[in-house]
Ligand binder design. Structure first.
Ligand SMILES: Nc1ncnc2c1ncn2[C@@H]1O[C@H](COP(=O)(O)OP(=O)(O)OP(=O)(O)O)[C@@H](O)[C@H]1O
Length: 847
């Protein structure tokens, strides 16, 4: 059961370490006791250890080259213990590998060994993935280079594995544990382009390609519905770590054009060594749609703020956090757990990539943080062997955030994404080696349960009220008289009894110190029990008595019981009951009606948006017809306020400012550079290229002809249209069912006295048949809504990407080929300034 959580965005401080398993009062973690965490704030001995670890890595890697590389530690793997009190589970991190489909035909240099095929290793068989690196003939005849490399995994997923299977095997158990109150982490590791984002978030093309995040959200909300003994609240956060700085991806207050526009988060550590993320929004989601919407906001911010240096690859680490709070009915303790879904940046080594500039800077940061991750993993292994105590989590932001996921209070799973193209195999072997080390880490997942003082107060208040009532009765203070209970009091008691019987809450009690009310409540309950007994015996015997017709419309637990053959004295009250049940049914239908209208409104909106996205794709063309001064491309480049940059920046700034009449020129339709220097924020310069309408049309037409994703965009638009038609038909069918139910119901009500019992039975079973049809089409419509929203989101992302790609394309064209604009002189003039400015700014960004 999900708590209808209307709270605003929760505290902007997220506590990562939920490592208090014992019931205890929340400790005072006031800001005075929390200190800001600086990442280089590491003990000296760690630096020494880092050095040792470097050596260890090398040593381990060279070992791996010389002997069997199946280092997956079977002893530890088997050693999953559950402590006596069942609140703490020690287990090693599970590792999986997933092979990405090859992008072109390549020689097959890998194989998968299933456990049953592994005749040499029968004791603890695990699947293996193997790679072949043929010996290089250029190294001569005597060549000891190892050709075959094999690695064990808990499971190896081959190229054709569906996303659904990945979720079922890799994520389901972790998500279930999170709902039970344990922390869980799933992280993807692998080289650029090996399928980490595809696995964690999903593919950008098809609904079936949804990744672990949307599937986990769907699973969580479905599971919560089933768990009626608990009240859950779910909060979502989405963090991106780029070059050792953290950003909140769920910010929708500002129009982010680049990563630096997003709110920056910081890490704090309290006196209990718990890490808190400051300034990261934690937004409540009451249903799957809301949670998916937050994912979409984060994903869109991710796309918009993608660094231009390498648009094809994510150069940052992204962590999607689901916080689950569970209150069990009748318990004072609450369970608070977190699910981290982590998409790490590409793990390729800098040395191998011939890159420079911003890319090199990014790669260094990525490598550094992944290197620190590796160090943490090695240190954890050494700790398990008793060789060291301290783990250098604080060396990087990513390891600080994932502190509990690695060797802490968490059930962690890693998925190694593998590319098997021959030129990428070496990197894939590195990924597998990394995974083998990860598999050695042992985590202690604890049940994150703590007493909630609020719940205790509520329980004590109830207890006091009960004791007061009992005391009043014991003293004889309770009201008692021979007078009959007034009608309004009777109705109130009736309502109380109904609430009492329908509520799952243990806290829901009937407390009266008036004997008349107590007696009346008992009589109501007696009647209900008697009636229930009659109904049950009837349905058991499956023999519909001519005298008694019972119609059950099982639509969201609404049961309409109509009993015809009842004594005159009870007839009136039965009629009231029937009317009440009809009213409830009416309300339910009106409610559903409303929901269907909303859904239909929504699909209509999508239809409009499909039209709009057509417009947006041709936006530039359309707008340019009506305006001569519209910007076709605006690129906001943020200059960092670094002292060492300032001089460069000011020089550049002066140079542009010094150009004659920049502002006057901006109103002309010719291509110019508009240096918008009246902004207050000196660090945020806006550089615009203004093209004439003709130039814009021309540029866009050329761009779109070769824009590969356009084909996919067109296909998705068609698909969306088809889905819309399907949803509309489904909505109409549901409406028809609803109308039929309505007319059957009124037939029944109007014919209470005139219809024969057979007729009533028939109408009743018809109504229940249509109710279940209605329910089915309603559920189907709801599923379609999510699918339509997903496609819509993919299109939105594609639209952002198209805009960005067009901007960068136009920028490159500007700098390389001004002929397309047909105004060679002016373009050359602008090209000169623009190109110069752009390059300089790019240089400034490399701090
Ligand atoms: N299992 C798969 N099935 C189909 N396509 C896949 C699969 N894995 C990856 N792809 C495709 O390969 C491309 C690269 O994948 P993806 O972006 O997930 O890589 P990545 O590891 O996240 O890269 P980076 O580290 O650069 O972000 C994408 O176009 C993606 O759709």
């Amino acid at each position: 059961m999900l708590k209808n959580n209307n709270i605003q965005s929760e505290s902007s401080e997220i506590n990562i370490n939920n490592n208090d398993s014992e019931m205890k009062k929340e400790k005072n973690t006031s800001s005075s006791k929390i200190k800001t965490l600086t990442l280089d704030d590491e003990d000296d001995d760690d630096n020494d250890n880092n050095k040792n670890n470097d050596e260890n890595i090398n040593e381990e890697q060279s070992n791996d080259n010389n002997d069997n590389s199946s280092t997956h530690n079977d002893d530890i793997k088997d050693n999953v213990r559950i402590s006596d009190n069942n609140e703490e589970e020690t287990s090693t991190i599970k590792i999986f590998s997933r092979i990405r489909p090859v992008k072109y035909k390549v020689p097959n240099r890998y194989w998968i060994t299933k456990p049953e095929e592994d005749v040499l290793n029968n004791e603890n068989p695990l699947p293996k993935i193997g790679f072949l690196i043929p010996r290089s003939e250029s190294q001569g005849l005597i060549n000891n280079q190892k050709e075959k490399h094999e690695f064990k995994f808990d499971k190896v997923f081959d190229k054709d594995t569906k996303q659904e299977e990945i979720f079922d095997v890799v994520a389901k158990d972790v998500v279930l544990s999170v709902l039970d109150g344990y922390n869980g982490t799933i992280f993807a590791y692998g080289q650029t382009g090996s399928g980490k984002t595809f696995t964690i978030t999903g593919g950008a093309e098809r609904y079936e390609d949804r990744g672990l995040i949307p599937r986990s959200l769907q699973f969580i909300f479905k599971e919560i519905q089933k768990r009626t003994d608990c009240e859950y609240s779910i909060n979502i956060s989405y963090l991106e770590i780029y070059n050792e700085s953290g950003y909140d991806l769920l910010d929708s207050s500002r129009e982010a054009k680049k990563l630096e526009d997003l709110p920056k988060v910081s890490l704090m550590e309290d006196e209990d060594n718990k890490i808190h993320i400051r300034n990261l929004a934690s937004i409540p989601a009451v249903n799957e749609e809301e949670a998916l919407n937050l994912l979409f906001i984060g994903d869109t911010n991710r796309v918009i703020s993608e660094t231009p240096s390498n648009p094809e690859s994510s150069r940052s680490h992204c962590i999607f956090i689901v916080t689950v709070v569970c209150k069990r009915h009748g318990h004072d303790a609450i369970r608070k757990s977190k699910l981290h879904l982590v998409d790490l940046a590409g793990s390729e080594r800098v040395a191998k990539t011939q890159i420079g500039g911003t890319l090199l800077k990014e790669a260094k940061y990525i490598n550094l943080s992944l290197h620190y991750l590796e160090q943490v993993i090695i240190a954890l292994h050494e700790k398990s062997l008793g060789k060291r105590q301290h783990i250098p989590y604080r060396n990087s932001m990513m390891t600080s955030v994932l502190r509990d996921s690695l060797g802490g209070n968490c059930k962690t799973t890693m998925i190694a994404t593998i590319a098997v193209e021959p030129e990428l195999i070496e990197e894939s072997i590195s990924t597998c080696r990394f995974a083998q080390r990860v598999s050695l880490i042992s985590n202690k997942a604890k049940l994150n349960e703590e007493i909630d003082p609020q719940l205790v107060i509520e329980r004590l208040k109830r207890e006091i009220a009960r004791l007061k009532t009992e005391l009043a009765i014991a003293r004889g203070d309770g009201e008692d008289s021979n007078e009959e209970l007034p009608q309004y009091e009777k109705e109130r008691v009736q309502q109380d009894v109904q609430n009492y019987l329908s509520s799952d809450l243990v806290s829901n009690e009937l407390l009266y110190n008036d004997y008349r009310k107590i007696r009346y409540a008992f009589s109501i309950m007696k009647n209900i029990i008697n009636e229930k007994g009659v109904n049950e015996s009837q349905s058991k015997s499956n023999n519909i008595d001519d005298e008694k017709n019972i119609i059950e419309v099982n639509n969201e637990n609404v049961t309409v019981a109509i009993n015809n053959n009842i004594s005159n004295s009870k007839l009136e009250s039965k009629n009231i009951e029937i009317n009440k049940a009809c009213e409830r049914l009416k309300k339910l239908i009106a409610h559903r009606d409303n929901e269907i209208n909303i859904l239909i409104g929504m699909v209509n909106e999508y239809k409009k948006k499909v039209g709009e996205s057509n417009i947006s794709l041709n936006e530039i063309r359309a707008k340019s017809k009506s305006s001569t001064t519209t910007l076709s491309s605006e690129i906001y480049l943020s200059l960092k306020n670094k002292k060492n940059n300032e001089n460069n920046y000011n020089d550049e700034h002066e140079e542009i400012k010094g150009k004659p009449n920049a502002k006057n020129i901006s109103s002309s339709p010719d291509s110019i550079i508009d240096n918008n220097d009246d902004t207050n924020d000196k660090n945020n310069k806006k550089i615009s290229i203004i093209l004439s309408p003709e130039e814009k049309i021309k540029a866009y037409n050329i761009f779109i002809q070769t824009y590969e994703p356009q084909k996919w965009i067109d296909k998705q638009k068609l698909l969306l249209k088809a889905k819309y038609i399907e949803a509309k038909q489904l909505g109409e069918t549901a409406n028809n069912y609803r109308n039929i139910i309505k007319s059957l119901k009124s037939k029944l009500v109007n014919g209470v006295d005139t219809l024969t019992p057979e007729e009533k039975t028939k109408i009743g079973s018809n109504a229940s048949e249509y109710a279940s049809k209605y329910q089915k089409s309603y559920c189907h419509l709801k599923e379609m809504k999510i699918e339509i929203e997903h496609i819509q989101h993919l299109l939105e992302k594609a639209r952002f990407k198209l805009t960005k790609d067009f901007e960068f394309w136009i920028l490159n064209k500007y700098t390389t080929d001004s002929r397309i604009f047909n105004t060679p002189n002016k373009c050359n003039y602008n090209y000169f300034y623009y190109n110069k400015l752009y390059l300089n700014i790019d240089a400034l960004l490399i701090v």
